[in-house]
Design a protein around this ligand. Structure first.
Ligand code: GLP
Length: 275
């Protein structure tokens, strides 16, 4: 079957990246870098290409993305002034998620994380880099507004995703159906534990609820870029990509996406079966 491929074609692979066949998932592209640096440079290049084309690009937070955004800043710093200005004037992005009850002034919010990683260092105008409003009076209404804003922008062109240790994408916690909409939900104990580092290492300090784009919006993106690093996620990555899709592993629904690129370091790839 012919699969839609990205256009314009992605930047050429650098020598430290190899493209590998993924057993059972011939439509997906698997790219493996020896180390995190190679993953970050590649992801940043793909994001910048989509942002220069006008997006909208779906952005993610978390430790996996910190080197990606550092690489993005480094790449832009090499650009001419006019190319930078064009990027800033075209920038349109929607982050996946935000904690309920936190705003940009709160340490631990994704708004603060994105301001520090991209908006402030790049000098993005307010409104270019969008997130759900964690301080909205009614988080359910805000989740619907945010999903509608993505649809009004034409849907996501390239969706960047990390992988939760319990298989979540965005904050789509298990169990999660294939087409869950943008919504407000309860975070699992596992996720609050995973994300405690940003809250003084105290899982109880992690907000109990979050707003997230749904698997519906994620799967509607024209391309998906799943970035996973580190051996601790090797097994959940294997389950996500090489076991039957099921609500217990929300990321497994990505197998049904026609244009999925999986970008990993060798440690994260270590449990995958290659064909
Ligand atoms: C968080 C975020 C996800 C992120 C994932 C992985 O909870 N909501 O969007 O991709 O978990 O985080 P990390 O990269 O820190 O492991």
């Amino acid at each position: 079957m012919l699969m839609p491929r990205s256009w314009p074609p992605p930047p050429a692979l650098s020598p430290d990246l190899s493209q590998q066949p993924l057993a059972g998932l011939p439509g997906a592209t698997l790219e493996v870098a020896a180390a995190v640096d190679g993953v970050a440079e590649r992801a940043a290049g793909l994001l910048l290409q989509a942002l220069e084309a006008g997006g909208p690009v779906g952005l993610a937070t978390g430790r996996t993305m910190q080197p990606v955004y550092a690489a993005l800043r480094r790449q832009v710093a090499q650009w001419s002034e006019s190319r930078c200005q064009r990027l800033l004037s075209r920038w349109c992005s929607f982050n996946l998620d935000e904690y309920v009850g936190l705003g940009a002034a709160d340490r631990g919010s994704f708004a603060a994380e994105m301001a520090a990683a991209l908006a402030v260092p790049l000098g993005l105008a307010p409104g270019c880099l969008q997130l759900p409003d964690g301080l909205a009076a009614d988080p359910d209404v805000e989740a619907r507004r945010y999903g509608a804003a993505v649809a009004t922008a034409g849907g996501i062109a390239l969706q960047l995703l990390g992988l939760g240790s319990n298989g979540h994408v965005g904050f789509n916690e298990p169990p999660c159906p294939r087409h869950a909409p943008s919504r407000c939900l309860e975070l699992s104990p596992a996720t609050r534990h995973q994300n405690a580092a940003a809250f003084g290492a105290d899982p109880a300090a992690v907000p109990e609820r979050a707003i997230t784009l749904g698997t519906a919006e994620i799967l509607a993106a024209r391309e998906v870029l799943l970035v996973v690093t580190g051996g601790a996620k090797a097994e959940i990555l294997r389950r996500s990509l090489q076991e039957s899709p099921e609500p217990g592993v929300p990321a497994s629904w990505l197998q049904t996406h026609p244009c999925l690129r999986v970008l990993v370091d060798a440690d994260a790839a270590s449990a995958l079966r290659l064909s």
